[in-house]
Design a binder for this molecule. Structure first.
Ligand code: GTP
Ligand code: MG
Length: 166
């Protein structure tokens, strides 16, 4: 699998997406520091929100094959400046998260990610499973065995055991 570093503001859904890519259960878990897993590098949102720490994200990107900029579909603003992707020398993809939320504005989020410089954009819900297969398929390399048999299995609704508020 390609290794993907996930960047995005706190609570945009990076850790939940990491869980949804691999398993069926979602549990809230605040990311306190940069975590390396086999396929993803999960980062705390505060790194993207804080100018001094944002440089660390560019540095960590060298340990990944692809950089994913995440944005939650209900965001009222974008954290990403226009044309920011050239600060890393890895391919950058955009991921719109939480598309299941009723007042989500997916088109607005896609627009912001394109403005940031992402050419390939995925739209996902880590709760309903929608869009998960497309990301796995993008990360898959020859010979990789995915944790799911196919799109239908990968995109079954997840069992949400805990959220930030409950
Ligand atoms: N409805 C809905 N809620 C989601 C989804 N993804 C994440 N959430 C919720 O959003 C909250 C924050 O999600 P996290 O995955 O912890 O966000 P994060 O980007 O890892 O945040 P930091 O670790 O603080 O950087 C949690 O309560 C999740 O359950 C989704 O696809 N749909
Ligand atoms: Mg997290």
């Amino acid at each position: 699998m390609k290794k993907m570093i996930m960047v995005g503001r706190s609570e945009c859904g990076k850790t939940t997406l990491r869980q949804a890519l691999k398993g069926k259960e979602i549990r809230y878990e605040k990311t306190q520091y940069i975590n390396h897993y086999d396929v993803v590098i999960d980062t705390p949102g505060e790194y993207a929100e804080t100018k001094g720490l944002a440089r660390a994200l560019a540095l960590y990107s060298f340990e990944a094959d692809v950089v994913a900029l995440l944005i939650n579909a209900t965001e009222p603003f974008s954290l990403y400046p226009p044309n920011v992707t050239p600060v890393v020398n890895r391919p950058c993809i955009g991921i719109v998260t939480q598309i299941d939320i009723p007042d989500a504005d997916v088109d607005q989020a896609v627009h912001w990610l394109k403005l940031a410089g992402c050419e390939t954009i995925f739209k996902v819900s880590s709760y309903t499973g929608e869009g998960i297969w497309e990301i796995l398929d993008y990360l898959k390399e020859d010979g990789d065995v995915l944790p799911w048999d196919g799109k239908a299995a990968a995109e079954r609704p997840r069992n949400v055991l805990s959220t930030k508020l409950a």
